[in-house]
Unconditional design. Structure first.
Length: 402
């Protein structure tokens, strides 16, 4: 660490650790978000599948500490040390195995704190104090106060928070834009499919060529760590498929799997995720895929983006087809889903198809830009925390990127 940027314990710099209630309230049909570990995603709260609780339970669970804007939430079990920030104007309660970090503001700026608990320095502190269990790793509440963070002078804290926050805000804005584009495309498809006389009904089996994938030998190093994304039930998390945490070499792609082109529709047919959601996406580039997924290449008369939205529109019916494997995972029968009826234009050249394609491209561009910005953010974070990168240089880098 550079001189003047010591690693100091949270308790020594005015950061208080607020524990949660060690019990779970009943779920309500309407009400207030009850934040749990799955809602913490990449430094922010994802409330798309959040549990709701009643007004009376909100008050009960917030007796000790009421979450406020900019509070930092830390996970202390399972994904130990992950963090997220309470956004403005959110009334919520935090769940079990979470704590809140709140600074007095004297030595540590609250907006800086969110970044101080991310990156390699924080990860090393988690590793130093973690309790390794046979089922779950965990952190003791009292040990969290002993965790250390880099504490630069306040003026540097403010600039670091502003620089990294600008990147994070742009990523969040891109996510909202992509979600809006997807929602609008879904609405346009549904309206056209229901009202247009130029549309017809076909089975999913007749609408596309169906392909099965596979997994190359994981023990063969020549097959992996290449440039070709390999899509699995775990990695298919976005409607816009263009990347994966596991990638194949050209040799690996020819060894026990299958490659499909841009514009292919891939969906999960086996996996734990099928118990709660139907994952489907459209490829933005050439990819390979595993045996827990199916890939569909649209028939010549059907636009691939129409096919994608047609399948998404039948999600409730598809989820009703899911049964369970012997190990408790979800399973989707190809025989059942292939007989599903979908609505498509009678001709490939169609105004709605063009509109869907345009909206899908907007969303895909947002996702790609966000991945680049996230990589830049994660590169700048340790350099700023260590003082190796001048904050003025970081400001210029971010200004150029945005």
């Amino acid at each position: 660490m550079p001189r003047g940027w010591p690693l100091l314990e949270l308790s020594k710099v005015g950061v208080q650790v607020h524990d949660c209630e060690h019990r779970t309230p009943p779920e309500a049909e309407t009400g207030y978000p009850y934040i749990a570990i799955p809602n913490i995603v990449d430094g922010r709260l994802d409330l798309t599948q959040v549990r709701l609780i009643s007004t009376s339970d909100l008050e009960e669970w917030n007796r000790r500490t009421k979450p406020i804007a900019d509070d930092v939430i830390i996970t202390r079990r399972g994904r130990v040390g992950d963090s997220a920030v309470i956004p403005d104007d959110l009334e919520c309660a935090i769940g079990q195995n979470l704590v809140i970090l709140r600074s007095s503001g004297m030595d540590v700026n609250q907006k800086y704190l969110r970044w101080a608990v991310r990156g390699k320095y924080w990860e090393s502190e988690v590793e130093r104090l973690i309790n390794v269990g046979s089922i779950f790793d965990s952190l003791n509440v009292r040990d969290i106060a002993r965790m250390r963070i880099p504490v630069p002078p306040m003026q540097f804290q403010l600039v670091i928070a502003e620089v990294l926050g600008a990147l994070d805000d742009k990523i969040a804005a891109n996510k909202r834009t992509a979600a809006t584009a997807l929602e609008l495309a879904s609405a346009k498809y549904s309206a056209a499919a229901a009202m247009s006389a130029d549309w017809c009904t076909v089975t999913l089996d007749a609408a596309a060529r169906w392909l099965s994938g596979g997994t190359p030998k994981t023990s063969e190093p020549d097959y992996w760590n290449g440039d070709i994304p390999w899509i699995s039930a775990l990695s298919l998390k976005s409607p816009w498929i263009d990347d994966s945490d596991r990638k194949l070499t050209e040799v690996g792609a020819r060894s026990g799997t299958r490659i499909v082109p841009s514009g292919s529709v891939i969906f999960v047919v086996r996996g734990s995720s099928l118990k709660t959601e139907f994952r489907v996406g459209i490829t933005q580039r050439e990819v390979a895929f595993g045996q827990d997924c199916k890939a569909l290449i649209a028939a010549e008369s059907i636009d691939s983006h129409v096919l994608f939205h047609a399948i998404r529109s039948r999600t409730p019916e598809i989820m009703a087809m899911v049964d369970e494997t012997s190990i408790g995972a979800g399973r989707l029968s190809t025989d059942l889903i292939s007989k599903l009826d979908i609505r498509v234009p009678k001709h490939q050249k169609n105004k709605t198809a063009d509109e869907l394609r345009s909206l899908d491209e907007v969303a895909a561009r947002c996702q790609k830009e966000s991945r680049i910005l996230a990589a830049l953010r994660d590169t700048l974070l340790p350099q700023l925390m260590s003082g190796k990168l001048c904050v003025r240089d970081a400001e210029q880098i971010v200004e150029d990127a945005l």
